[in-house]
Write a protein of this length. Structure first.
Length: 49
């Protein structure tokens, strides 16, 4: 892991949390997009490099 991955996760979580508070209907889309991104980064760790 490098510094970019460590700093990216809390930032994405913070933005997602704020958006969920503003527009609760976005919860499903935000969670789905987040899980897809995390899954892709897990399967292909060289993408983030």
């Amino acid at each position: 892991m490098d510094l970019t991955n460590i700093a990216l996760t809390p930032l994405v979580s913070l933005i997602a949390g704020i958006l969920i508070l503003i527009v609760p209907r976005l919860l499903n889309f935000i969670v789905a997009i987040y899980l897809i991104i995390v899954g892709l980064l897990g399967l292909f760790p060289n993408i983030a490099a």
